[in-house]
Design a protein around this ligand. Sequence first.
Ligand SMILES: Cc1cc2nc3c(=O)[nH]c(=O)nc-3n(C[C@H](O)[C@H](O)[C@H](O)COP(=O)(O)O)c2cc1C
Length: 201
Amino acid sequence: MTKPRIAFLCGSLRKDSFHRRLGQAIFAATDRIECVPVELGDLPLYNQDLDGKQALEAWARFRDAVRPTDGVLFGSPEYNRSMTGALKNALDVGSRPYGRSVFAKKPAAVFSASSGMTGGFGSNHALRQSCVFLDMPVMQQPEAYWGLINDDKIGLDGTVHDETVAKLVKAFANAFADWVDLIGHGRAKIAPDPTQQAQAS
Ligand SMILES: Cc1cc2nc3c(=O)[nH]c(=O)nc-3n(C[C@H](O)[C@H](O)[C@H](O)COP(=O)(O)O)c2cc1C
């Protein structure tokens, strides 16, 4: 049986991002889902005027990468108590043109981390708010706010050295694989969206 393919959207563009490392750790913690990394750094800011019949190439590439996946894992760093501009822009690009969102009905999960105490809680929940409008069923538990994250807890290659972090990584990965199974079965029963069909043909 083929594994569900999960788009991994990391809201940080920096090379040594903790969210990139934690994403690696989550996918390494289960063999039930497959990671499809989708880069956000080359996406021009969304501008509805340019999104006609000839969408920008980078937007089309992003949409084509996310559309066929079976779910989305968001790593959502906190910038000024909200999600990063890069991640919000990716949501805007993927959600349009109207009626042809690449996100709708895809099972999703959100995690966040910060070197501060609050673990990116504000960003995590700002993203969840957008997911309501995007019509994405988001896994509720376990919540993942990794506060006081540092290089001793997770190495540059995504190897987790801290027992508490490792426990939540594993629980989160397994719960998300269950969530994708559960929602995926429901999605299969929903009649195909005619706009998606038109786009595919
Ligand atoms: C512009 C900017 C704003 C930030 N604002 C917050 C914040 O509001 N709350 C917080 O806990 N950390 C904040 N930080 C710290 C980042 O969340 C932290 O560096 C985190 O590790 C970034 O994720 P990354 O390691 O995946 O790049 C901010 C960092 C930057 C660059």
